[in-house]
Ligand binder design. Sequence first.
Ligand code: OXD
Ligand code: MN
Length: 591
Amino acid sequence: MTNNKAVLEFVEQSRALCQPDNVVWITGDEALYQKLRDEACKTGEMIKLNEELLPNCYLHRSALNDVARVEGRTFICCTNKEDAGPINNWMAPSEAYQKIGEIFKGSMKGRTMYVIPYSMGAVGSEFSKIGIEITDSIYVVLSMNIMTRVGQKVLDSLGDSADFVRGLHSKAELDEEKRYIAHFPEDNTIWSVNSGYGGNVLLGKKCFALRIASYLGKNEGWMAEHMLILGVQNPKGEIKYIAAAFPSACGKTNLAMLIPPELYRKKGYKVWCVGDDIAWIRVGADGRLWAINPENGFFGVAPGTNMKSNPNALLSTRKNSIFTNVVHDLDTNTVWWEGMDTPAPQNAINWRGEKWDASKYNKADKSTYGAHPNSRFTAPTVNCPCLSDQFEAPNGVPLSAIVFGGRRAKTAPLVYQARDWNSGVFVGSIMASETTAAATGAVGVVRRDPMAMRPFVGYNMADYFAHWIEMGEKITNKPQIFNVNWFRTDDEGHFIWPGFGDNLRVLEWILDRCENKVDAKETPIGFVPNAQDINIEGLDITTDVVEELLTVDKETWKEEVNGIEEFYAQFGDRLPEELKVKLEELKQRLN
Ligand code: OXD
Ligand code: MN
C-alpha cells in the first residue's frame, strides 16, 4: 500500500480512536469492490438492481432522518471566530476535536474501517489534490469510487508527501443530535459523524472540493467554486468554455448537459459537459482562467430528471450507478421517481422502504411521494453522452465567460453583463434566489447566496469577496462576467422564458459579447442585449416578450439595494472597499 508516514499515522490515529474490528485499504481492486457490493446486499445496505436493464447498479436507502446536507450542523473550526465569518457556524478547533472526538470514540466497534485514497482532479495533475477518507460505510466506499479517482495510483502519486486532506467519517448511530460535519481548514482535516447522506459523507465533494479547497485557494492564489463547466461548440467547430454558478434547484446539471434546440443542432452546435457542480480555477501562463472539474462522477437530484428534461443525465445513470432514496419498482427491479416520463410502477416500494400506492400521489402532500424530493443518483462522468474530451485535460479548459444566476420572479433580467471584473464580483456577491409560489405569482423569501457558495465557503465570506477581487488583478486576459435568470414570471406566475435547451440562445449572446460581436444596451446594473439579438427563431415568443424579459425596473432595484445593504452590513469593515464603491455606483445610477 504505502510507506508514507503521515498517511500511516493518520490511519493509526483513526483506528485507535474509532476502534474498528479491522482495517481494509481500498486499492482500486475490482474484486474487493465486488466483495463489498455483495456484502452490502447481504446486510440490506444496498439492493442489486436488474442486471440487464441497469448493469452494476444498486439502490440504497438512507435513514429517514438523514436525507440532506445539514447546514445547521456544519462547522468551520478555525482558531479565530472572525475568520469563519458571520455566515458560517464556528467552533474552536480544540473544542471540536474534544467534543466530536468523544463521539468517534469506539464508534467503529464491530465494524470494518475502510481507508480510501482519492484524488480530486486527474491523478498526478498539478491542478489535483489528494485526500484520504476513512469511513465505516460501504456505501461511502462505493460512492467515492464513482465520484472521485480512487486507489493505489493515488498513494503512488502522493509518494511520501504529507500534503493530503485527512477525512474521518463514521456513521456512528446516525443520531441527528450528535451529527457534526466539521472542517479544520488550518489542519487540512474534515470530521463527519452520525450521517450517511452523500453531501455530508462523500468528503471529496462539498467538504474538501469546496470548503477546504476554497481556503487553500485563498492562500495559494486559485479558486474553488460551486460551478458547472460546459463547452459550446459552434458550427465552425470552435469550442468556448463557460463556468456557471447557480444555487440548488436552479438547473445546474441541466445547463451543464444541455441539448441544443433543433435549429442549433442542424447548424452544427454542440454542448459538451466538463462538470456539473464544482470548478477549480487557476490563472494559466497565458493570463487566462483555466478550470477543471475535480470530480469523477455526478451526484444529481433524481426527481424531475427524464428523457425530455435531461436525457444526458438520465443516460449517465444507466450503468455502474448508485441510486439513493428513489422508488423501487419490484416488477422490473428497476428504479423510478416523480417526474420520470414513464408511468409510476404499480408494485413498488417508496424511499422509506414501505409499500407505495402511486394512485394516492398528491403533489401538495410530501408524505405521498414515492421518491424523496432530494433523492439522488451517483453516476460516473464517463457515462455521460456529452462528456467533453477535455474532461481529463490536466490543466483544464480556458474560460471565456463566468455566469451567475438565481431564481428571481421579477428583479433580474434574462441576462446582463457586468461592466468589468469588479462589477462582476459585485454581481456574484449579491446573488439571491427566491422561493416563488409560481401559480399565484407571489414573491417568496429571498435568500442571499453569493456565487452560490453560501453553504460552502470555508472562511469569512468577506475575505472570499476580497479574494475574487485579488484574483482579478492577476488575470491579464479576463473572462467576461454575466448574470442570467431563467425564471422570470408573468403576472400569472408562469415562467416566460422556455429554459432548458433554449438557454443556448442566451449562451450564444454571451459568447458573442465575449468576442465583441454584438452590441448591448447600458442599464443601471450592466449591459443587456438589444431584444433582436436574442435568437427566437422557432420559439413561441415575440421580440416584445424578449424586451419584457430584459427590462430592469428601477423601483424594484431600489428595493433590491435595501436587501443588499442589509446583507452587506453583517460583514462590517471586512467587506472590501471595492464592493462598497460598486454598491454606491449602483445607487447613483438608480437615482
Ligand atoms: C448541493 C449538491 O447540495 O450539489 O449543492 O448536492
Ligand atoms: Mn452543488
